[in-house]
Design a protein around this ligand. Structure first.
Ligand SMILES: [Zn+2]
Length: 379
């Protein structure tokens, strides 16, 4: 990670560069900011800038021996501590260092959920266990391999178990020589106040909408207006913006698929429905499930538009344009039955029903249901 890859936060970048250039880096800093504010990638960029042998006024060189090692996050004087899903094979951070490096390199705006997905440990409790404190002491007891400083990045220090936190506190009170600590947290209120008082706070504000939008456009070629819409929805969280972007892309495909399904069902067209079913059968079960899930979401949003507060409607862009027209077909007279049929289709797809038979059946039922006029529902 380079400073130039961290989105926005220019003021913090400048402050950090000054620290390095003037050789007055505090021995322990806390990079505190909400998810997607960039505190983790900023810590990575700062580490690179400190280690870089040929840094410029503004960033690391990218070509020196240190930079090459940091391309893989594998520098002998750089140590990481982060929450793990502790089990018989995984006791300390180092046991899953390969996975951690890969996760951060793939997604520098890593959040807790991304990390535990990477570990296939979604349902486990993230913790920095007591065993980690001995590791920390051991790692920092060596002299620096490359003759410069040693750096320890502690991601989510608030997940430290009590005894690990106390040992860290001792280290911060009597720091080993030539050692820098970067604590990176979104929840410092859950940390020991004694640890907080030993660190210099670097507070990250939300990433600005314009900065998020510009990054979406330059990195993912997302058109300007759409990028700004996504940035606004993400509320300063770049990680969230990326999630919305990926959902928007796949949602658009499903929207088109849904539109043609509804058009065919409205005036039952046997030839077109067979074509549609062949296409859908070829998508595979996961996408078929997503299609049904997407349809259920559209029905619900349509009902909201008709009967509830329009500000609660979550759809945006093309989906919203479509839903506004389609809402007339979804009402109290058929909503429950539509939901029941699509839910039942979902249930059966999950249990390996034949998709061709299932979607034909669903098309026939949908044809009947969306032609029910409002107020004329059969009981
Ligand atoms: Zn370099």
């Amino acid at each position: 990670m380079f400073f130039k890859q961290v989105i926005g936060q220019e003021e913090i970048k400048q402050r950090l560069r000054n620290m390095v250039q003037e050789a007055r880096i505090p021995h322990a800093q806390l990079f505190f900011g909400g998810e997607g504010s960039g505190n983790l990638p900023m810590a990575m960029a700062m580490v690179r800038y400190i280690f870089c042998k040929n840094r410029t006024e503004t960033d690391s060189c990218g070509a020196c021996s240190s930079c090459l090692k940091l391309n893989k996050l594998a520098h002998p004087d750089l140590h990481f501590v982060y929450p793990i899903a502790s089990n018989k094979d995984v006791k300390v951070s180092t046991d899953v260092i390969a996975e951690f490096r890969e996760a951060v390199l793939n997604q520098p705006y890593l959040n807790q959920q991304d990390w535990f997905n990477e570990l296939n440990a979604e349902n486990k409790q993230p913790i920095i266990p007591a065993e980690e404190s001995n590791e920390i002491i051991k790692k920092l007891s060596y002299t620096s391999f490359e003759g410069g400083v040693k750096i320890m990045v502690i991601w989510q220090p608030e997940k430290m178990n009590h005894s690990a936190a106390n040992k860290l506190l001792k280290m911060l009170e009597e720091p080993p020589d030539d050692t820098l600590f970067f604590l990176v947290s979104s929840n410092p209120d859950q940390m020991l106040s004694t640890i907080l008082s030993r660190t210099q706070l670097v507070k990250f504000s939300l990433t600005r909408d314009e900065d998020i939008a510009a990054a979406l456009t330059s990195t993912y070629h997302c058109p300007g207006e759409q990028a700004l819409n996504i940035a606004r929805m993400a509320e300063g969280n770049y990680r969230e913006a990326l999630k919305i972007l990926s959902e928007t892309d796949s949602n658009l495909q499903f929207l088109q698929h849904f539109q043609s399904f509804m058009r065919i069902c409205l005036k039952f067209d046997a030839f077109k429905i067979t074509q549609w079913i062949d296409e859908t059968a070829a998508l595979g079960r996961e996408k078929q499930k997503y299609f049904l899930h997407f349809a259920l979401q559209v029905f619900r949003e349509c009902l909201m538009m008709n009967y509830a507060d329009a500000t609660l409607v979550k759809l945006r862009g093309e989906e919203l344009v479509f839903a506004k027209k389609f809402a007339a077909f979804v009402h109290q007279g058929n909503y429950e039955k539509l939901v029941e049929e699509f839910n039942s289709a979902f249930y059966h797809i999950e249990r390996n029903a034949n998709p061709k038979i299932l979607f034909m059946d669903l098309a026939l039922k949908t044809n009947e249901l969306i032609n029910v006029k409002q107020g004329l529902a059969k009981s």
